[in-house]
Design a protein around this ligand. Structure first.
Ligand code: 5GP
Ligand code: ZN
Length: 109
């Protein structure tokens, strides 16, 4: 499958991973929207949040986030999951955006 985030996860595209375990990888966003902006992905391909089929998969992704932020010394951060084109999804391999280092507005635009 021609999926850029699968290629990052399986190291076909060499990328500096800021976190990795058996199920999950995290790396800095190519086009950061905040001083800190990284993406957390499952190594297994799911096109979007709607396709995730197990609590384990959710747990693997989300439980990595506090580990990474603790490692980076980040206490306040914005997490975003865009699902579908109208919501702003452009890469169809689920990813959680984690952004920090500035103040964020709400509601999102
Ligand atoms: P989405 O719009 O799908 O929620 O987010 C996709 C994100 O992936 C964007 O913030 C974009 O900058 C990032 N991105 C797209 N291609 C690559 C890539 O090849 N490497 C990295 N590190 N980030 C990417
Ligand atoms: Zn993929």
């Amino acid at each position: 499958m021609d999926c850029i985030f699968c290629k990052i996860a399986n190291k076909e595209i060499p990328t500096n991973l800021i976190y990795e375990d058996e199920n999950v990888a995290a790396f800095n966003d190519l086009n950061p929207q905040a001083p800190v902006h990284f993406l957390v992905i499952p190594k297994k391909h799911y096109a979007s949040l709607s396709e995730i089929d197990s609590k384990e998969a959710f747990g693997n992704i989300f439980s990595a986030i506090p580990k990474i932020t603790a490692k980076l010394g980040i206490k306040e951060y914005r997490t975003v999951v865009n699902t579908g084109a109208d919501a702003g999804q452009t890469v169809f391999h689920i990813h959680v955006h984690v952004m920090a280092g500035r103040k964020f507005n709400w509601p999102a635009g």
